[in-house]
Design a binder for this molecule. Structure first.
Ligand code: KG4
Ligand code: ZN
Length: 341
């Protein structure tokens, strides 16, 4: 089966062609144009700018993805329908619907967050065993899922305030490291001492399983406030500059502790076979190393390679293959606040 997928949920415009059968997945193309550099100038994403860039890139990206593929070989279309920025989503959704109509092909609407989970199957299709605990950590979401099977995915918990990626981005801004904060903090953290600042790990050991209903929620806003206090104090003392690497290392240590420990608790509680992570924050090497060192050989562990962690259309095609729910094109609608049911 050959799937043409489109992803435009935020500031990346992507189109991919994925060949899938019962044993393997092969990326024929996975073209990504990013408007990140424009947002870096403004210190964050301006939704209207992102949507305008989607319009500019959509057709060239599509053309490039289809360069060596004949339309008659495409079996179906897949498109991210949400969550995301509505102006950005609409560009991809309406493009995919138009193609489905013009080519008379089936179309599948995909939840972007599940796409991050399915990025793992592109590289490790044969090795992944379910049930699994999935951690999705992107710019706007931090979610824990219990994946019993491809058709039975249970939402366990999510962030009550900021997402982990958002915490990286906001703290990066406080440290004047530019946007996005995640990669910038990771770079600084390598040079710093993570024990220099003792930052909180909110909700790390909240009594998840005893709550009714059980809650596996996260919270990152307290960590951001604690950073702000430390940064203000260091500024007053005139020693902020020399401590940027130490704050970055301490923040990264706190965020990765929360993500890894909470995910492990859930994996133990639900007695799963594997832990699978996805989303932009998973390109953080300290996070992956911590998972590997704490999991030991209790669970198998999967994380996409960095280029498949951040937004791309190949992961949307992979998700469409497993979730395979074609709809009439007229029923496919962008839904900026789509979440787990
Ligand atoms: O999944 P993604 O590419 O886009 C969304 O769906 O949101 O995730 C973007 C997020 C941003 O918050 C960014 O700071 C974070 O992923 N990120 C990282 C790293 N690379 C990207 N966070 C920590 N370390 C990184 N190396
Ligand atoms: Zn994403």
């Amino acid at each position: 089966m050959t799937i043409l997928a489109i992803e435009t949920s935020c500031d990346e415009t992507s189109a991919a062609v994925l060949d899938v059968d019962k044993t393997s997945m092969r990326i024929i193309s996975n073209i990504i144009a990013s408007s990140l550099s424009l947002h870096a100038k403004s210190g964050g994403i301006i939704p209207e700018t992102a949507a305008r860039q989607q319009l500019k890139y959509m057709i060239p990206v599509l053309k490039n993805a289809m360069k060596n593929v004949s339309t008659k070989n495409i079996d179906c279309l897949a498109v991210t329908v949400g969550p995301g920025l509505i102006g950005s989503l609409l560009v991809g959704v309406e493009t995919a619907k138009t193609l489905a109509f013009a080519w008379n092909k089936p179309i599948i609407g995909v939840n972007h967050l599940l796409g991050h989970f399915y990025a793992n199957f592109i590289e490790n299709y044969q090795k992944i065993e379910l049930p699994s605990i999935a951690l999705i950590v992107s710019g706007g979401h931090t979610d824990l899922l219990l994946v019993k099977s491809h058709k039975n995915i249970v939402f366990l918990g999510g962030t009550r305030d900021d997402a982990a990626g958002e915490a990286f981005d906001k703290i990066g801004r406080l440290l004047n490291l530019g946007y996005p904060g995640g990669p910038a903090i990771e770079k600084e953290a390598i040079k710093g001492n993570s024990e220099k600042f003792n930052l909180p790990r909110p909700m790390l050991y909240s009594k998840n399983v005893n709550q009714k209903p059980p809650s596996w929620d996260f919270s990152f806003s307290g960590l951001k406030t604690a950073c702000l206090r430390n940064i203000d104090k260091l500024k007053k003392e005139g020693i902020l500059e020399e401590n940027i690497t130490n704050i970055a290392a301490s923040v990264q240590e706190a965020i990765t502790d929360i993500l890894v420990i909470k995910t492990l608790q859930a994996a133990i509680a639900f007695n799963v076979k594997s832990i699978i992570i996805g989303g932009g924050v998973c390109s953080n090497q300290a996070l992956c190393k911590k998972f590997v060192s704490l999991i030991k050989d209790r669970f198998s562990f999967f994380s996409p390679s960095p280029k498949l962690c951040t937004d791309n259309a190949a992961m949307i095609a992979a998700c469409a293959f497993f979730q395979h729910k074609p709809s009439p094109w007229a029923d496919i609608k962008a839904d900026e606040s789509l979440y787990f049911k």
